[in-house]
Write a protein that binds this ligand. Sequence first.
Ligand SMILES: C[S@@+](CC[C@H](N)C(=O)[O-])C[C@H]1O[C@@H](n2cnc3c(N)ncnc32)[C@H](O)[C@@H]1O
Length: 219
Amino acid sequence: MSEENYLDDELLINARRPEGELGVELLNHMNENHEGLARWSVSHLDISKEDVILDIGCGGGVNVSRFLKMSENRVIGLDYSEVAVEESIKLNKSAIEGGRCEIIQGSVSDLPFEDSTFDIATAFETVYFWPDFVNDLKEVRRVLKDGGIIFIANEALPKEDDSRQEHIIELLDMNIYSEFELRESLSHAGFNGVKTFVKESKDSFTDEHADWICLMAFK
Ligand SMILES: C[S@@+](CC[C@H](N)C(=O)[O-])C[C@H]1O[C@@H](n2cnc3c(N)ncnc32)[C@H](O)[C@@H]1O
């Protein structure tokens, strides 16, 4: 694909922490363009009507909406970006007013929840930016109930000699983890029974070949 089809760096940099008008633009873009990854990955997750769900790094809030249709219990979205919180609130207004949904501004490193609150905690396209991955996973584990599930979905795995990926990593100061690193980190954080699924697909930003990965593991 030609370079002119790539998203501008000025817009793309908002993937780490959306801010201002460009942040809103990117959140709308992600709500639409991450749909394929979200549908494919969530198809591996068994969600029951009773599950209390936390979506970490909820971005524009589209996965919070999805889970509100799959569970009849509470669904909470959390993001450290102010505009992400605002956009997620707009998208999920009626469920928030109905008392079944909340969107909270906060960091994965210090989750504002009691121990053993959630049945499922999800992280779509966000772990690349977590500052202290294993400790952040331990923090997620803390707020899961015994037997609760952590679910991670990424549309990027490391590529060798890929200058576009190298550029994005540098621009966004992100970590693209291999399947092995993701599995090891989950184990080091105390999770059990890690399951992984990988699919050959496309990167939603560049439209180029990318392997998608999703993992789940249990507290
Ligand atoms: C690439 S976007 C993905 C958004 C959404 N999950 C999706 O799939 O469209 C990454 C999101 O994670 C959030 N994020 C990154 N690091 C975070 C952290 N340490 N704590 C909370 N949110 C974080 C960002 O603000 C951003 O909204």
